[in-house]
Design a binder for this molecule. Structure first.
Ligand SMILES: Cc1cc2nc3c(=O)[nH]c(=O)nc-3n(C[C@H](O)[C@H](O)[C@H](O)COP(=O)(O)OP(=O)(O)OC[C@H]3O[C@@H](n4cnc5c(N)ncnc54)[C@H](O)[C@@H]3O)c2cc1C
Length: 389
């Protein structure tokens, strides 16, 4: 193989393109919109280390957490853009932590850093602007954040510098099966694309929209579910730590069965972000929107939810402090085990890297290395991540 076409310019596609180019492969990166306008551009950049390493997915997360400090430094140096890696730690004040902080503390004993129970007074001292008074929480040393938009720009610049051919705003690109195991790429009329061959493979890394891109290729559809998420920007001073809350909200329906967790995040530039871990499922149709549009549109319902949560945390006046709002669709793999990585069954020129759900910023770079190692050196990808036949 001499060349690869990467479909999708989120964190996954860009890290794949960079890694392939560094290993001497000719790379075209094609995006139906602008690079970074998918889930990656909407994300809040939290890097959470796993609580154990007993499954392949948690081992992957461990590798990812360990790799980020050096990865951020290398990327910042090679692009000249600071990707905003900050190991700021977190204050965790979810309901279950409040109910039994010692139990939660025990769960985090392998997190690799200090974990302490915080009393009500300590929380008040650390977070004086809160109108709520949680009875207990945890201070967790090992959590970090990056700046997702700066990371996208750094990756774009690094890819450009290395000679990746980035083509944007091409409209949706589809993969069609041909013959007994071949594939072809189909774009909007008039756009010329290099076609897959023995020398050129394709990696499908189009986030949630990988489903529609490969709908014609069996086994289809990809086992992916869209999970919308939204975040607002606040001109409230950045907290020193990430702060995680969970709130029981009337009428909240979580399609994934999770409790809704909200995070208050130190944003680059001194402000802060408030984002949800999952948004209610009926927002998918509104937010998936038109594939030819520039980006997923934030919803009025999403804003109302975040305003309600912000008021309960910061007080009634907080709405006037909102300066931005964004939304994205997280690609959640519906089979157990983590992201979908590896060669497409029965189509040797086609590879896939998607399904990173809520951890794409954390694990995107490590999954890129895993896929490229497999493509170029034949290194095995754990069965848990491979596409089910
Ligand atoms: C509100 C929110 C907060 C989040 N916070 C975090 C966090 O704190 N930490 C974390 O680790 N993760 C977080 N995530 C999850 C993370 O954003 C995703 O896991 C990750 O961005 C997925 O990256 P991706 O490259 O697979 O997809 P995307 O970023 O969605 O990129 C896919 C790209 O493919 C392009 N595309 C689509 N269709 C085609 C096609 N047919 N052909 C070519 N290109 C195509 C799109 O235009 C897009 O640019 C968050 C997500 C959201 C929505």
């Amino acid at each position: 193989m001499r060349a690869v076409t990467v479909l999708g310019g989120g964190i996954v596609g860009l890290t794949l393109a960079r890694e392939l180019r560094r290993r001497g492969i000719e790379v075209d990166l094609l995006d139906s919109r602008s690079v970074g306008t998918g889930a990656t551009g909407a994300s809040t950049g939290i890097l959470t280390p796993p609580q154990h390493a007993r499954t392949p997915f948690y081992q992957l997360r461990t590798r990812a957490w360990q790799m980020w400090p050096e990865y951020a430094a290398t990327l910042s140096a090679e692009s000249g853009i600071d990707v905003g890696y900050l190991r700021c730690g977190a204050i965790d004040i979810r309901e279950r932590t409040i109910r039994n902080p010692q139990r939660e503390l025990r769960k985090l004993r392998d997190s690799g850093g200090r974990v302490e129970v915080l009393t009500r007074d300590q929380i008040r001292q650390l977070l004086p602007d809160l109108v709520r008074s949680p009875e207990a929480g945890l201070l967790v040393e090992m959590e970090a954040r990056i700046d997702p938009l700066a990371t996208i720009e750094a990756l774009r610049r690094s890819c450009h510098g290395a000679g990746v051919n980035i083509r944007e705003n091409l409209g949706p690109i589809r993969i069609e099966p041909i013959g007994d195991g071949g594939i072809t790429l189909v774009a909007t009329a008039g756009i010329e694309l290099s076609q897959p061959s023995e020398q050129r493979s394709v990696i499908l890394a189009a986030g949630w929209e990988s489903v529609s891109a490969a709908l014609a290729v069996a086994p289809s559809p990809l086992p992916l579910e869209p999970v919308p998420g939204e975040a607002i920007t606040l001109d409230l001073a950045a907290p020193a730590h990430l702060v995680h809350f969970n709130l029981l909200r009337d009428g909240f329906r979580d399609p994934s069965g999770n409790r809704s967790i909200y995070s208050w995040i130190p944003a680059p530039g001194g402000g802060s972000w408030l984002g949800n871990s999952v948004a209610s499922g009926n927002r998918v149709e509104q937010t998936v929107g038109d594939p030819s549009s520039d980006a997923v549109a934030p919803t009025a319902e999403g804003r109302d939810e975040l305003v309600e949560v912000a008021r309960s945390i910061f007080g009634e006046d907080v709405e006037s402090r909102i300066t931005g709002h964004r939304a994205g669709i997280r690609p959640k793999a519906t089979r157990h085990g983590g992201p979908l990585l590896g060669r497409w069954p029965g189509r040797p020129q086609l590879w896939v890297a998607t399904g990173h759900y809520r951890a794409g910023l954390l694990i995107g770079p490590v999954t890129a290395t895993m896929v490229v190692d497999s493509m170029l050196d034949g290194s095995p990808i754990p069965e848990e991540f491979q596409l089910p036949c």
